[in-house]
Ligand binder design. Structure first.
Ligand code: SF4
Length: 479
């Protein structure tokens, strides 16, 4: 029997004075998979705000105190608003997508939902649920957690299969838990339906045009091993899955046809018939964002995708994350010709010593070579850098600042290194006596100094680092 399901992205950036208005792909895939299998699943992005102005990174640092206040007051209107919207939808099941920083929000909301309607089954999935097999211990009102890819596990749950027999599901058993380990890796990700882009709940129809539905995932996972990154643990590093170039191109065409070119109108997904054509016009969708950890893994595959974009005259702008050591002249040239409007590159530090320690498996010279080719091809660059690695000295950070100036990126994304839960660096630091496991969950994100694990760096230098963007104010169109 068809079930009514709400997949929720809890508020997080909203609490920091910013917002996240894109389609959250993890829950959008779960929704489309459930809908393909006869259910009625919708997406509720509780981080959406009807504003066009985003807080700059620096402002997010500054709003940290206000942010922590939300967690001290569980009766803040924002929590009641989200819980009430969930209740108003009248779901039989809800699923929350998690990362460490939003666990406290999920806790507050799920307790309210349980109180208002205890018949609703509540499930948590996503990165934190995958990394923390004991998350249900902290989340008293969540019924099940799902580890790794959630499509098949969530379908089995809502179909009424015994949770104790579902791969990837952790359920309660007496005072303990039944943990069925990781969900099976989905090997044929080409066969998954495209993520849900129509059944968007919780915002007015005229606001839906501001939801950015142009995010595409072409790879699940990352084969690298950077020690500050949760990806190698939240996905199976050795089981990274790639969509075929044809599948990627077909999703780009789908987006262009149904969400960009508003003159052509819309084909509706089977059960999105309560929406009007007008409501689905996406006003601001002008660029595809490949949200893969690293879009450029597997050179030949990437070149094939780029050639298809060119040969089939897609004429669509796009941006992606990449590594400099993947570039050669041909890739850079193809990227430029295929409509690439920005590449985001994780340099992280200008110190070869730190690069080695963080297991980046790239050197400064690799980076110099890569960015030179990309710049010659005329593709704008966003450069990620961090300060505050364990053991990083003023000398190292000076090298970072000099290196950042040398590469002359169009935009710098700058942050304080946060030892995310589940990363190698997190466990290394705990072994060395840092009480990271005593920190509130909501502190685990980059834009706070509160997780700083380095007391060697001088404040003035950190300030100089965080102000690097003032060097260069151009290229802010597609950060
Ligand atoms: S930082 Fe990037 S390249 Fe390194 S493991 Fe994470 S996703 Fe992969």
């Amino acid at each position: 029997m068809s079930k009514r399901i709400l997949l929720i992205n809890p508020p997080f950036y909203r609490l920091l004075g910013s917002h996240y208005n894109a389609n959250s792909l993890g829950i959008a895939y779960i929704a489309s998979y459930l809908n393909q299998n006869g259910h009625d699943a919708w997406i509720y992005n509780a981080d959406y705000v009807n504003q066009r102005e985003y807080a700059e990174l620096r402002e997010i640092f500054d709003s940290f105190v206000n942010y922590t206040d939300y967690f001290k007051n569980e009766n803040d209107p924002i929590w009641n608003e989200v819980a009430q919207k969930i209740i108003d939808f009248n779901p039989q099941w809800v699923g929350y997508t998690s990362y460490t920083a939003n666990i406290s929000a999920i806790d507050i909301i799920s307790r309210k939902v349980e109180k208002m309607n205890p018949r609703i089954k509540q499930v948590i999935g996503g990165t934190h649920a995958t990394l923390d097999g004991l998350v249900l211990e902290k989340l008293q009102c969540i019924d099940y957690s799902v580890r790794r890819e959630g499509e098949e596990a969530m379908l089995a749950l809502v179909n009424g299969k015994d949770p104790k027999t579902i791969s990837g599901v952790v359920s309660r058993e007496g005072v303990g838990f039944c943990d069925n380990g990781d969900a099976n890796v989905i090997k044929s990700i080409d066969n998954l339906p495209f993520p849900e882009r129509n059944k968007i709940y919780g915002i007015e129809n005229d606001e839906k045009k501001f939801v950015d539905v142009s995010y595409i995932c072409s790879i699940r996972g990352c084969p690298y091993r950077c020690n500050y990154c949760a990806s190698p643990f939240s996905w199976k590093r050795d089981k990274t899955q790639y969509r075929s170039p044809e599948s990627v191109i077909s999703e780009m065409k789908f987006i262009k046809k149904y969400h960009w070119d508003t003159k052509k109108g819309y084909d509706f997904s089977a059960s999105a018939n309560t929406l009007t054509k007008e409501a689905l016009k996406i006003k601001d969708n002008t660029i595809v964002y490949f949200v893969d950890d690293v879009f450029t893994i597997k050179k030949q595959r990437v070149k094939n995708i780029l050639r298809l974009m060119i040969d089939q005259k897609l004429d669509m702008d796009w941006k992606c994350e990449a590594r400099t050591d993947h570039f050669d002249e041909e890739i850079c040239d193809l990227m430029s010709k295929a409509g690439c409007k920005r590449v985001k590159l994780g340099f992280e530090t200008g110190s070869d010593r730190i690069l080695k320690e963080i297991q980046k498996d790239e050197t400064k010279d690799d980076m110099r070579r890569g960015i030179k080719m990309l710049k010659e091809a005329g593709v704008p660059v966003t450069a990620y850098f961090m300060a505050g690695f364990p053991g990083e000295t003023d000398e190292d950070l000076k090298e970072t600042i000099d290196f950042a100036k040398e590469i002359d990126a169009d935009y710098y994304s700058l942050s304080i290194m946060a030892p995310y839960y589940g990363t190698k660096i997190y466990y290394d630091l705990i072994d060395r006596g840092y009480k990271l496991d005593k920190k509130p969950w909501e502190y685990f994100f980059h834009q706070t100094g509160d997780l700083m694990v380095n007391n060697l760096l001088s404040e003035d230098l950190i300030d100089e680092f965080l102000n690097l963007n003032k060097l260069n104010d151009s290229g802010k169109g597609y950060l």
